[in-house]
Design a protein around this ligand. Sequence first.
Ligand SMILES: Cc1cc2nc3c(=O)[nH]c(=O)nc-3n(C[C@H](O)[C@H](O)[C@H](O)COP(=O)(O)OP(=O)(O)OC[C@H]3O[C@@H](n4cnc5c(N)ncnc54)[C@H](O)[C@@H]3O)c2cc1C
Length: 302
Amino acid sequence: MKEYKLLVIGAGAAGVTAAVAAARAGADRICLVDRDSCIGGVLNQCKHSGFGVGYYGEEMSGTEYAKRLDDMLTQAIDGGADIELRLGTMVTKITENRHAFLASQGCYEEVAFEKCLLASGCRETTLQSLCVAGTRPEGIYTAGEAQKMLNIYSRDVGDDIVILGTGDIGQIMARHYLDEGKNVIAMIEKSDAAGGMERNRRNIIEKYDIPVVLRSTIVEVFGDSHITAVKVRNLDSGEENIIECSTLITAMGLIPERDILDWDEKKQLPDWLTMCGNCDYVHDIVDSVSLQAERLGVTLAK
Ligand SMILES: Cc1cc2nc3c(=O)[nH]c(=O)nc-3n(C[C@H](O)[C@H](O)[C@H](O)COP(=O)(O)OP(=O)(O)OC[C@H]3O[C@@H](n4cnc5c(N)ncnc54)[C@H](O)[C@@H]3O)c2cc1C
């Protein structure tokens, strides 16, 4: 059985930065694993700019930031860093006796490790978490799915779009769609003000004059094979309105991805396990992920 000093799960900004920092600080036998076929995680689907000012001192797109990570990792490995990169490999479980189970095409392997850095990012809250009546026709996507369809697979999502949630990801998708000539009919928000970073509210909701329906939520979805409308309810007055649409994008927040842990999360984490990046808590800005990862990587090398 292979034995690693440090197993890093996830090769997004958190995992790559931490693995390189640990190697530079003297750690060897590092294994960096990602289920995707390339490194960078969520950055690969972010074509918009607004990344990197706090860490690299210059503004770039998410995909350019991912390229920086790739270059940094390649340089480190070429320079002798003892990092084994295993892409296309899913860690299915880690156990309390410090074993991990790695699944890749045609192969299922058990490995042992001394320390583990969980850098598995986060997942999106879906419509299933709300009590929404009606069927589940085609045309309903999370913002992350919609972003991948647009930026990676070049697939159309429809023309008349309602977005549930006004956080940063929902706003970024709204801007993408408006730039594509689509109709963003409304953004629905349960709070009494739009969410997200101030710079996004200014540059997206205000600049594009997007209608935001506050103190409201979606209570019903209409459509047989494809969505045709949603019913929106005001949380204070109970007044309901039907909005016709061809697409519903849900942007209701992110949840740290820790399902891989084989034990009760409320139990104190063992001293060999560290969490980093969006799997620790949801970071608005990638620079904050990189800074945390660099610090933790150095600590883990000790
Ligand atoms: C739509 C969107 C817009 C954003 N806009 C900005 C912006 O404008 N400016 C900015 O600074 N920041 C922005 N961010 C935030 C920033 O991109 C993220 O906070 C940061 O990239 C997260 O890095 P991470 O490494 O924690 O997670 P991720 O990038 O999600 O990486 C996690 C990795 O773990 C892998 N993984 C998960 N589970 C397993 C497993 N069991 N086995 C193997 N691999 C696994 C995944 O495949 C993934 O590659 C945005 C984020 C999103 C989603």
